[in-house]
Design a protein around this ligand. Structure first.
Ligand code: UGA
Length: 457
């Protein structure tokens, strides 16, 4: 009973709010001086987005070549709309890039948006976050808030608070957890139209400051959840793991559909019509990849184990994801009579999803590696991810067009759902070239259209 009362109290402590109160940032102006440490996907979109909202932003990165590139207006990765946003704000002198940490000394607020990659045991490597914190503590004079954007294990922000206490600084420095929910490929759009803003803090004043920073979103009635540090950190992991579970679930439903002759697209659509389920993240594919879902589900599993929680669902989502890649390989082998030696496989799509040149943990990498081991010859095409892939597989053939990857292939394997892969027309076949077997792991081709276009012509 006592536990129940505590839980109810704890539940109500996390409240949804849309009002901005008193903040520890300047009351006179809504324009803050901000430093962002880390210019990866998250840091760069955040920095440019905050500058566009009217703040004065300096983006810091230790990578000199990256900063040099950014100063010249070149974005080191593909992200729609980001280049324009950066160029505009650099020319308006609201956005600056540097390898030096000087701006921290005079910033109101410092965001940490550095990478938190996986360790070999699946745990999260937070060394870059703590090194950034140490740097801030050594030079900060006016900073009032350290805001953690990087995805960090639950409890990390409290550890940072402890570090600050131990340093006994003159300025009262607060820690805020403000997790990011941007998706690669639509990150700029997501920045300006978030589903929610999550603010984890131990003081109302710190939380109010972040609300002030994002006041233009709040005035558009975007929900704000104010909670404690650990809950904000957990929301990020729990959200990504939930998406991972949803994808693995539909991948397993797709296998079942195949065995029982059900149409998986209809099944997913029928499920999605239930508003409690929704249509999003119900597309079967070659398994989830990218720099977040695989890494964050591993880290959540690791954190849960450390506190004695047996997280069977998250474990199963990861196992299903690996199994998905094995199943695709087994099918490819089956389609090529279990002998891949000397067979040519055309691959359409290397990126972990459409809309990005990112190949981190893309299922294509594992599949290509295994196909090569089995003696297959690979002809790959991706509209923007080939340069990244060349660094990992210099030995495969990269084609200038989807037609080239298709020509003389024994099998066409579609791994990424780029729009240009959604149709195959007779004009896509080189003269004299026959249509190979096709394995569409994203279910983007219409068999009816294919038959009309290729078989009946
Ligand atoms: C993911 C989350 O969606 C973002 O909310 C989060 O902010 C981000 O991680 C992060 O933590 O930084 P992202 O990695 O850009 O975003 O990619 P998603 O769009 O989530 O896709 C992940 C993988 O799932 C891709 O390989 C995609 O092809 C696959 N997927 C997605 C499916 O196979 N089926 C679907 O229905 C949806």
């Amino acid at each position: 009973m006592k536990q129940a009362i505590i839980n109810i109290v704890a539940f109500f402590l996390c409240c949804l709010t849309t009002t901005a109160n008193q903040s520890i940032l300047s009351e006179k102006t809504d324009r803050f001086t901000i430093s962002v440490i880390g210019t990866g996907y998250v840091g760069l979109v955040l920095g440019a987005g905050l500058a566009e909202l009217g703040h004065q932003v300096t983006c810091i990165d230790i990578d000199e070549s990256k900063i040099a590139q950014l100063e010249e207006g070149n974005i080191p990765f593909f992200e729609p709309g980001l280049s324009q946003l950066v160029t505009k704000n650099v020319s308006e002198r609201t956005l600056f890039f540097t390898t030096k940490y000087d701006s921290i000394a005079t910033s109101d607020l410092v965001f940490i948006a550095v990478g938190t990659p996986s360790n070999s045991d699946g745990s999260c490597d937070t060394s870059a976050v703590f090194s950034a914190v140490e740097t801030i503590l050594s030079i900060s004079q006016t900073t009032k808030i350290i805001c953690i954007k990087s995805t960090v294990p639950i409890g990390t922000c409290c550890k940072i608070e402890q570090l600050i206490k131990e340093k006994q600084l003159n300025n009262a420095l607060e820690v805020v957890s403000n997790p990011e929910f941007l998706r690669e490929g639509s990150a700029v759009q997501d920045f300006f139209n978030p589903d929610r803003i999550v603010i984890g803090a131990h003081s109302q004043k710190a939380s109010d400051s972040i609300k002030k920073l994002f006041s233009s979103f709040i005035s558009k009635n975007i929900p704000v959840l104010e909670t404690d540090l650990a809950s904000a950190e957990t929301i990020k992991y729990a959200s990504n793991a939930f998406l991972a579970i949803k994808i693995s679930y539909i991948n397993e439903i797709a296998h079942l559909c195949e065995k029982v002759n059900a149409n998986c697209a209809d099944v997913a659509f029928g499920m999605g019509l239930d508003k409690r389920i929704g249509h999003k993240f119900l597309k079967p594919g070659p398994g989830f990849g990218g720099s977040c879902l695989p890494k964050d589900t591993r880290a959540l599993l690791h954190s849960a184990r450390e506190v004695g929680v047996n997280f069977n669902l998250v474990k199963a989502a990861l196992e299903t994801n690996q199994h998905q890649k094995e199943l695709i390989l087994a099918k490819v082998c089956g389609l090529l009579d279990d002998d891949l030696g000397g067979k040519t496989i055309g691959i359409w799509g290397l990126a972990f999803k459409a809309g990005t040149d990112d190949i981190r943990e893309s299922s294509a990498l594992y599949i290509i590696e295994q196909l090569l081991k089995k003696g297959a010859l690979i002809k790959a095409y991706d509209p923007i991810a080939m340069n990244n892939c060349k660094k990992i597989f210099p030995e495969i053939e990269y084609c200038n067009s989807k037609e080239d990857a298709l020509a003389d292939a024994d099998l066409l394997l579609i791994l990424t759902e780029w729009d240009e892969f959604k149709t195959i027309e007779s004009s896509n076949l080189r003269s004299g070239s026959r249509l190979p077997k096709i394995f569409d792991t994203r279910n983007i081709l219409s068999i009816v259209k294919l038959e009309n276009e290729l078989i009946h012509h």
